[in-house]
Design a protein around this ligand. Structure first.
Ligand code: GAL
Length: 968
């Protein structure tokens, strides 16, 4: 027997397999930002009521006259969980686990459901009664049911896709009541298991669009380019017949007909758009036409005859306050930041972005891999059983998603590849999607990473493949089906930018340069998804008390949540710079290579400077001939300027910068640089000569005083210094920690297990030997046999103090060391006071062995607080590379060889213990670490660890620091 209780709301659509329905729901069509038809934004403040389940309330709220006086309010576009200060529930972060029992297509009874109400009037001059009107939702997560003036329009799923309803006859001049019920969980949630916050709500625009009689319906702009002839061919297919005009090209043709004229092509480097108009009897729609031809040719992805090299990023839509509700300015900021950092491609991971973002990609120039809103990753937990993409009952929903992406976005020249989705396993549904996309659009290629056989795709795609694997693929030694070996290769995700890192970008770049099959990749990912939080600064998974969560795995971007570039972005910019500058500083020769595929270098100005110990002695401009794409020139630098101190370290720095402002960069914006060493530094004579003198429990050596029993440095002149000793511990980075599923050894956890964070320092001897005070120790963790025999040899010339540390590993070290250096505290710094640092060495930013490409040798200055890199989850950060000398707290430290310099107002142990930046409270000691070496960073939070050459193996080592007191 089955019955429905009286008064129970029918919510069967929520868990039905249907993507949507209702007599007013319209088929998908091309999206455009402007036309001369009227439109009315319904964004703004809406009345809002939250229920704990889908059927908690009946649909009476949709009836005009309903009193919503008791309701709260939310901002549309927006997510209710990010509004109301917690009153409307909270966000949930999981990587791939469904935060509800997996029983597709059914969803939990606890299904947060937000009723939204908005009453609106039409503008006075709205042509009511003429033509029709469409109500458009650009994005609602995850399932909406809609009523207008008491009449049900229908329901839909597909969170990041547009849905339109025909509403014309239902509208009135005043007092229209729009009611939208949004369910957080629906059958669609099974298809939207992307690694991100689960954020329900009407998070993109809601717009009312007047559709005049004879208006433009769906239309498809076909604009190809023949690179052999230089001609572009334009044809606009349109549901309503009309004319297409492009005044600049003298084009005036009927829809459905073709014109071929000479044009300048569109590329991401040269985003040439032609303004046109599509005019039908009732509407004029501006077109922005970019002529380009995408082809799979010779096993390569080509545009306009040229192979592409993707210097890309994966971009989720994210704002730290508003989640996936992005304003126009934020979208523009993203594109500008990408362009300014030489990024030329974006994968819209893992769903079609707000359509306005694609307009910006057209305008400013980015190759776009537009990805469908599809991920079923959670099914991996059950060996992909019941995966919707391999179950025909779900295929209509998959085809609906594919169609809604393609139809909405098909007129963007920037979109060169359609991606079927992400991490959805394999199955017939994906094949059906690929077929339907190909039958609709033959002008673009198809991507999907999850199918290693490349059944349905035009390129072989992998994520997080190691350098070695990419090399094998580049050499076509990767096995796999024969056909796959003939396909181009891309890394749709690589270089996991979680926390400090990613390391190894330079080496990937080298592989892309070497193997033509390797057409680049997309760094994971663009921005940290840290949400603004009153107590934590930025919140990550678990901070909202979620039942299941994946912690700070959601903070893995090249930008911090507030869109400040992280060192990872600076590094990426350097690695992918579009001009290569190389040369021989002593010979005074430079080679400049244009790495663009389409653009010449006419927009760049080149300069040189000649520096002695980091100080420019002379600067000038460098005349570089016009270089076409791929061309190079060998140039001579001027005569070396005179005047350098003969002991100085000298080098040329050659730079390329924007000669004029461009739409994305200011004049002078740095585009490429290189340093060409001329002479190396001459070290000051060793500080030796003074003899250690014992008096009572003290030993004096020049300006230094030591504890006679322990050999510990007690003071150095007027500098208050404490706790100097060998240090091997760093607060593990996310990449040190690695991801739980990583097959290789993850060193972070291993280090901790071995006890490297709690080393014992055993004192073996303190001896005065002639002019040296020698302290021998053994540094080792409890419970283990391995250790580091460590000798500190102190000498002085009466003013300077010299420390040579010799380290010899004992027993078997099965792991690399996190770092190897000394640390000490400067105790004379009141919290809050400025602690300036000057150094000559790598800067201005942070660097580690495999993230040091952007580190330039120079004379740098910064405050200790500004040396910190604010990774959302605190971890090792802030080292400066190749430091010759540094000055801090009245102390000058000179290294032989160069060292890594780090200074912070907390200890490594405090940094290690902190979960959020707000846990880090400055004390009155500045802790300085001078490292002989650091272990590399790698990308093991999701990808491979540091390459062997960047690992710090325990080996005998010796390094020296000379300390002197600074006199003002
Ligand atoms: C990939 C996935 C991304 C993200 C990344 C790790 O497997 O496609 O969405 O989860 O790993 O941050």
């Amino acid at each position: 027997m089955s019955f429905r209780s009286p008064g129970v709301t029918d919510v069967h659509y929520v868990a039905s397999l249907s993507p949507g329905g209702g007599e007013h729901l319209l088929p998908p069509r091309a999206w455009y930002a402007e036309s001369d038809a009227r439109r009315l934004s319904l964004n703004g403040s809406w009345r809002f009521r939250l229920a704990g389940s889908a059927d908690a309330y009946d649909d009476g709220f949709a009836v005009p006259g309903f009193d919503a006086g008791e309701w709260g309010e939310v901002r549309v576009p927006g997510h209710w969980v990010l509004q109301g200060g917690g009153a409307f529930g909270g966000p949930v972060y999981t990587n791939h686990l469904y935060p509800f029992p997996v029983d597709p297509p059914r969803v939990p009874t606890e299904n947060p459901t937000g009723d939204h109400l908005r009453v609106f009037d039409l503008p006075e001059d709205w042509p009511i009664g003429e033509g029709g009107t469409v109500l458009r939702f650009d994005g609602v997560e995850s399932c909406a049911r809609v009523w207008l003036n008491g009449r049900e329009l229908g329901h839909f799923k597909g969170s990041r896709l547009a849905h339109e309803f025909a509403v014309g006859p239902l509208l009135k001049a005043r007092g229209n009541v729009l009611a939208v019920r949004v369910h957080q969980w629906s059958s669609g949630s099974y298809l939207e298991d992307q690694d991100q916050w689960w954020l329900p709500g009407i998070f993109r625009d809601v717009t009312l669009l007047h559709r005049p009689e004879g208006c433009v319906g769906d239309h498809f702009v076909h604009a190809s380019y023949d690179h052999r002839t230089g001609a572009g061919t334009l044809r606009v297919d349109s549901e309503s017949a009309g004319r297409v005009t492009v005044p600049e090209l003298g084009i005036d043709l009927a829809t459905g007909t073709e014109a071929t004229v000479p044009v300048e092509p569109w590329t991401a480097e040269t985003p040439r758009l032609y303004d046109g108009v599509l005019a039908t009897a009732g509407e004029r729609v501006p077109l922005r036409i970019g002529f380009r031809t995408v082809a799979l040719e010779d096993g390569l992805i080509k545009v306009n005859g040229q192979p592409l090299l993707f210097r890309g990023v994966n971009r989720h839509e994210f704002h730290p306050a508003t989640g996936r509700a992005l304003d126009a300015e934020t979208m523009r900021r993203d594109v500008l930041l990408m362009k300014q950092h030489h990024i030329n491609a974006v994968r819209t991971s893992h769903y079609p972005p707000h359509p306005a973002f694609l307009d910006l990609c057209d305008e400013l120039g980015l190759w776009v891999v537009d990805e469908c809103d599809l991920e079923t990753h959670g099914f991996v937990e059950q060996a992909w059983r019941d995966n919707p993409v391999d179950d025909d009952r779900w295929t209509p929903a998959l085809l609906d998603r594919a169609a809604r992406m393609v139809e909405r976005d098909k007129n963007h020249p920037s979109v060169v590849v359609w991606s079927l989705g992400n991490e959805a396993g394999t199955g017939r549904g994906l094949t059906a999607m690929a077929h339907s996309i190909r039958s609709r659009d033959t002008s673009r290629l198809i991507h999907y990473e999850g199918d290693p056989d490349c059944h349905d795709t035009d390129m072989y795609s992998r994520m997080y493949a190691s350098h070695a694997e990419v090399e094998r693929i580049g050499r076509r030694l990767d096995g796999g089906p024969k056909d796959r070996r003939g396909l181009p290769f891309i890394l749709c995700e690589y270089a996991h930018a979680m926390g400090n890192g990613p390391g190894g970008l330079t080496e990937y770049r080298h592989l892309f340069d070497t193997y033509e099959r390797c057409q680049g990749g997309f760094v994971w990912e663009w921005i940290d998804h840290g949400l603004e939080h009153p107590a934590y600064g930025y919140a990550y998974g678990g901070d909202y008390g979620e039942e299941l969560h994946d912690g700070n795995f959601v903070c893995d971007g090249l930008l911090f949540p507030d869109r400040t570039p992280s060192p990872g972005l600076t590094e990426y910019k350097k690695v992918i710079e579009p001009v290569r500058i190389e040369g021989d500083g002593r010979a005074g020769t430079v080679r400049v290579t244009n790495l663009y595929a389409f653009a010449d270098l006419s927009q760049l100005a080149f300069t040189w400077s000649y520096e002695a110990d980091g100080v420019p002695l002379a600067t000038g401009t460098l005349a570089v001939p016009e270089l076409g794409p791929g061309e190079r020139a060998e140039l001579k630098l001027p005569e070396r300027p005179a005047g350098a101190d003969p002991t100085a370290e000298t080098r040329w720095t050659v730079r390329a910068a924007l000669a004029q402002a461009t739409p994305w960069g200011e004049r002078g914006h740095e585009m490429a640089w290189a340093q060409l060493p001329v002479s190396t530094r001459v070290l000051a004579p060793a500080a030796v000569g003074a003899r250690p003198a014992r008096s009572g429990d003290r030993v004096t050596l020049g300006p230094a005083v030591f504890d006679a029993r322990t050999g510990a440095l007690a003071s150095f002149g007027a500098v208050a210094l404490t706790g100097l000793r060998l240090d091997v511990w760093r607060a593990p980075t996310d990449n040190d920690e690695g991801a739980a599923w990583q097959p290789d050894l993850r060193y972070g956890p291993r280090w901790r297990e071995l006890g490297l964070h709690r080393m014992h320092h055993r004192l073996d001897s303190v001896e005065s030997t002639g002019d040296a005070l020698v302290v021998r120790t053994r540094v080792a963790p409890a419970a283990r046999e391995m250790g580091l025999a460590t000798e500190y040899r102190w000498t002085s010339d009466g003013t300077r103090l010299r420390l040579t540390v010799a380290v010899a590993p004992e027993a078997e070290w099965q792991v690399p060391l996190p770092r190897l250096g000394i640390r000490f505290g400067l105790t004379d710094t009141a919290p809050g006071s400025r602690v300036p640092v000057r150094w000559f060495g790598g800067g201005p930013g942070e660097a580690y062995p495999d993230t040091a490409a952007a580190s330039a040798v120079g004379l740098w200055e910064a405050d200790v607080d500004d040396l910190q890199t604010p990774y959302v989850r605190p971890q090792e950060n802030g080292a400066r590379a190749d430091v010759r000398w540094a000055e801090i707290g009245g102390l000058r430290i000179e290294g032989d060889p160069e060292f890594w310099f780090t200074a912070r107002r907390w200890t490594t142990e405090q940094l290690d213990a902190a979960r959020h930046l707000t846990d880090l409270v400055p004390g009155d000691t500045v802790w300085v670490t001078l490292d002989h070496r650091q272990h590399g960073i790698g990308s093991q939070s999701c990808g491979p660890g540091p390459l062997p050459q960047h690992q710090l193996h325990a080996e005998p080592a010796e390094f020296t620091f000379t300390f002197s007191e600074l006199t003002d």
